[in-house]
Design a binder for this molecule. Structure first.
Ligand code: GDP
Ligand code: MG
Length: 177
């Protein structure tokens, strides 16, 4: 009882990685609860949230993990990556440095994760278009070279957030089913 008769066919663990303040926690809040808070506190302790969706008439529980203020290089532990079948590599499109760090986040991810992990590059804060510091072409080129899906999002204005999560989850599903 208490499960509303919901049969879960798959559980997919997806990890969020990227520099501090790029909007990882707000992307998760937007996707899991359709919330956004302007003064979001730095996340304390390893945390995940779940959201159940239906793909191809199968019930998929997405378990999305958010870093615990461990965003310094090599501070994210291997437990965080363990069992992950998807990863979202998030940068802030108004902060060039957060994009330049994607290569080493990717290297760290590939060092820890399963080789079949589905990876998506996310340029967040696209609502701040006038402050853009990362041309879309640079991100597309990086994504193509590294074989990543790519999307620009805004957690604030709920642009492409659902779409980004559904894209990664659907592609994980195609591999797992
Ligand atoms: P995290 O450290 O990567 O988890 O980043 P947070 O989710 O805590 O967000 C850091 C800051 O960026 C907060 O002040 C958020 O309100 C802000 N923020 C997050 N997403 C967006 C977005 O899509 N647009 C704008 N304008 N601000 C955002
Ligand atoms: Mg956070």
């Amino acid at each position: 009882y208490g499960d509303y008769n919901q049969k879960i066919d798959y559980v997919f663990k997806v990890v969020l990685i990227g520099d501090s303040a790029v909007g990882k926690s707000q992307l998760l809040a937007r996707f899991a609860r359709n919330e956004f808070s302007v003064d979001s506190k730095a996340t304390i302790g390893v945390e995940f949230q779940t959201k159940t969706i239906v793909i191809d008439s199968k019930t998929v529980k997405a378990q999305i993990w958010d870093t615990a203020g461990q965003e310094r290089y090599r501070a994210v532990t291997s437990a965080y990556y363990r069992g992950a079948v998807g990863a979202m590599l998030v940068y802030d499109m108004t902060k060039r440095q957060s994009f330049d760090h994607m290569a080493r986040w990717l290297e760290e991810l590939r060092g820890h994760a399963d080789k079949n992990i589905v990876i998506m590059l996310i340029g967040n804060k696209c609502d701040l278009g006038s402050l853009r510091a990362v041309p879309v072409e640079d991100a597309q080129e990086f994504a193509q070279r590294e074989n990543l899906y790519f999307m620009e999002t805004s957690a604030l204005e709920a642009i492409n957030v659902e779409s980004a999560f559904l894209t990664i989850l659907t592609n994980i599903y195609k591999i797992m089913s």
